[in-house]
Write a protein that binds this ligand. Sequence first.
Ligand SMILES: [Zn+2]
Length: 315
Amino acid sequence: MPKNKIQFQRGLSLQRFQQLYGTSAQCQEVLLKKRWPSGFVCPQCNHTLYYKLATRPLYQCQRCRCQTSLTSGTIFDSSKLPLTIWFLAIYLISQSKDGLSSLNLARILGVSANAGLRLKHKLQQVMKNEDDRLQLSGIVQVDDAYWGGKKHDGKRGRGASGKTPFLAAVSTNCKGHPIHMRLSRVRSFTSAEVSRWSAKHLQTSTLVVSDGLHCFSGIAQSGFLHETIITGGGYESMQIKVFSWVNTMLGNVKKSIHGTYHSVSRKHLPRYLAEFCFRFNRRFNLGFMVGALVKASAHSKPIPQHKLKLAEIWW
Ligand SMILES: [Zn+2]
């Protein structure tokens, strides 16, 4: 059997990571290039000329006098953790196939459990923001899916209580191979919700294939091509080739999240799903993922503590 090229790619070794991002100066240099690739841009007035303050690590705009640091206005804003710890967290999260629990991350980084949790959720949110910009295209398989809930309430699947509904979508190329994946928590499976989801996450001229559950009429309502393949549901539908990838992905994500995390709250589920998708969607180039996540972090706005903990997150 030929080797799976994606599975056996070299990625970025810890030694190489240390050579590239091991010191504070290196992290600052990388962040500077990712945040302002063409040089400093004032966050207030977009002016490009600045002074560097001699006494503090701040940039002062020559036009509006606004002072800004390298990290202010980014996900790293107001963090007490040094950039080297952030970069190491980015490395560990992006290079592991199934992710790392916040407690595990905290142990490896030598930070408190709370700091590990904040770091983890902030980076997950960055991954979600970044992936939300990527619209699915080509042929997209969609299916309704559920997370958690009571195991023994006598109901199964679509009628089960306490379960968190989410939409699973996988785009495939002309050979039927999976390209990108999106897993989105939805309020309910209604055509209005699916219609809004389609408008946000699909490129024009995408062909969507579903099992014809009523809510998927929302896809055509948003102007997308929609093909229905009626299945008997359950095991039978999993054997049908057009749904094979979406079912395989659902199995993988559930196994991965269950295997890594003790519990995942309903409102934070989208961040865990997004973390899985972020890695999957960039699986062809593991080594590139650290730079991609640093860049996305540099362009993500700070998340206040109350929003990090309490906000309900949807698709
Ligand atoms: Zn300015």
